[in-house]
Design a protein around this ligand. Structure first.
Ligand SMILES: Cc1ncc(COP(=O)(O)O)c(C=O)c1O
Length: 424
């Protein structure tokens, strides 16, 4: 199967970031485990890059799919699951007064920025260096794969094929540096349509006061603040990072963490901004087109409802955090005990190890970490039956205490093999 994949799929994987470490073809996933075509089982911390927050083939998700699939799978019309899911999003997410559906996280970011641009009647957006917001042209700038960062606020494209002109509309600031960010915002305020941030940038937590400061400076200038909660939504807390960190944006992009593994994107936010998508605005002005064939897909929305119901059960987040915490603490201790310089960062449901002795506060500090040691660590883990994502561990509600024990053992073994080669 790998040979057949190599003949047809350009990176021999569905995403290039996974092709480096894990040449495996998946046969199935159940709970916290995936099994490859050769029958090898792995404890899965990739979780499909995050959507499988409940683990694979969760019975409630399977039942939701089966419950909807025989009643029609795509309508381009309002349907009960999409309306019920919109209502639950409004109940749960602090900034959500109105909701719109699309198909992916990239879509939801793209539409959130389009709403902000229409509202402000200008086109520049400010993003943070090292943040990933999906694959739209504007957001494929200065993300976590940036090789040669430019002086702030200039963006660096992360792909060929992006029109030159797109650069003119993107400003880049250092995450966790409020002073530098505020200066850029103030200088460009008249033409700045939005500031977009991952509240937990990849696995770098916001410094105390950073999100609050962003909220203040954007509010002062009437610039919409967009939280990209495609990863953090319903993962850090039931209301997402905005509930967890206590800072409420104007718009929020949601996606995979609500999805139970089914394609969905959700834009939500203030009624004032969201109303640009109402058809009447075609006549009154400021209309934002936000449609897609699969928007409000009833299977994805039925699954979303089932996922949220599971997450509302008492104790779910406590257990998720407790297991994640144990893994984070054990990984840091394993590195410390082995004399391997390392920093474990993030929040318990999504964290990472960086092989460096410097604190990680933004993209540039993360660049001091040693990629070769990281690659070795990931490969050693894989050899011990533990699969992590390229840039983080995602923990699911399906990971058990016994998974955690086995993982800690594997982490210790993997770290001990990294000792001799780690750099700073
Ligand atoms: C923070 C963030 N935003 C947006 C996206 C894009 O989502 P999708 O891959 O569903 O388009 C991702 C995907 O990893 C993400 O991590």
């Amino acid at each position: 199967m790998l040979e057949r994949a190599a003949a047809l799929l350009p990176a021999c994987a569905l995403t290039p970031t996974m092709s480096l470490t894990s040449a495996l073809v998946v046969r199935e996933g159940r709970g916290s485990r995936i099994t490859d075509m050769s029958g090898n089982e792995y404890i899965d911390y990739l979780l499909g890059s995050g959507p499988m927050l409940l683990g694979h083939a969760h019975p409630a998700v399977v039942a939701a799919v089966n419950g909807q699939v025989g009643h029609g799978t795509s309508f381009l019309l309002p349907n009960e699951p999409s309306i019920l899911l919109a209502e639950e999003i409004v109940r749960a997410v602090p900034c959500a007064e109105r909701v719109a559906f699309c198909s992916t996280g990239s879509d939801s970011v793209f539409f959130a920025l389009r709403l902000a641009r229409a509202h402000r009647r200008c086109s520049k957006v400010l993003k943070f260096e090292g943040a990933y917001h999906g694959q739209s042209d504007a957001m494929s700038m200065s993300n976590q794969w940036t090789r040669d960062p430019a002086p702030y606020p200039s963006p660096v494209p992360n792909s060929e094929g992006i029109p030159e002109s797109v650069r003119d509309d993107v400003l880049v600031a250092p995450f966790n540096d409020l002073e530098a960010t505020a200066k850029i915002v103030e200088r460009h305020a008249p033409t700045l349509a939005a500031v977009i941030v991952e509240p937990l940038q990849r696995t770098i937590p916001p410094a105390p006061g950073f999100l609050e400061g962003l909220r203040d400076v954007t509010a002062q200038h009437g610039i919409p603040l967009v939280f990209d909660e495609v990863v953090t939504g319903f993962r850090l807390a039931y209301g997402g990072a905005q509930a967890y960190y206590g800072v409420v944006p104007d718009l929020c992009a949601l996606g995979k963490s609500v999805s139970g593994g089914h394609p969905i994107g959700i834009v939500c936010g203030s009624g004032e901004l969201m109303r640009h998508a109402e058809g009447i605005r075609r006549l009154t002005g400021g209309y934002v087109a936000m449609t897609g064939t699969f928007s409000g897909n009833p299977v994805s929305c039925a699954v979303g409802l089932a996922v949220l119901e599971q997450l509302r059960a008492p104790g779910v987040y406590e257990e998720l955090f407790s297991r994640g915490n144990r893994l984070m603490t054990a990984l840091q201790s394993a590195c410390d005990d082995a004399g391997v310089p390392a920093r474990v960062t993030g929040e318990p449901p999504a964290f990472e190890v960086w092989f460096t002795d410097r604190d990680i506060v933004d993209f540039r500090s993360s660049q001091h970490a040693d990629p070769a040691t990281h690659m070795r660590f990931s490969e050693e883990l894989l050899d011990r039956g533990v699969l992590k994502a390229h840039e983080k561990f995602f923990v699911s509600t399906a990971h058990t205490d016994s998974d955690v024990e086995l993982t800690i053992e594997a982490m210790r073994g993997a770290v001990s093999r990294c000792g001799s080669r780690s750099g700073t």
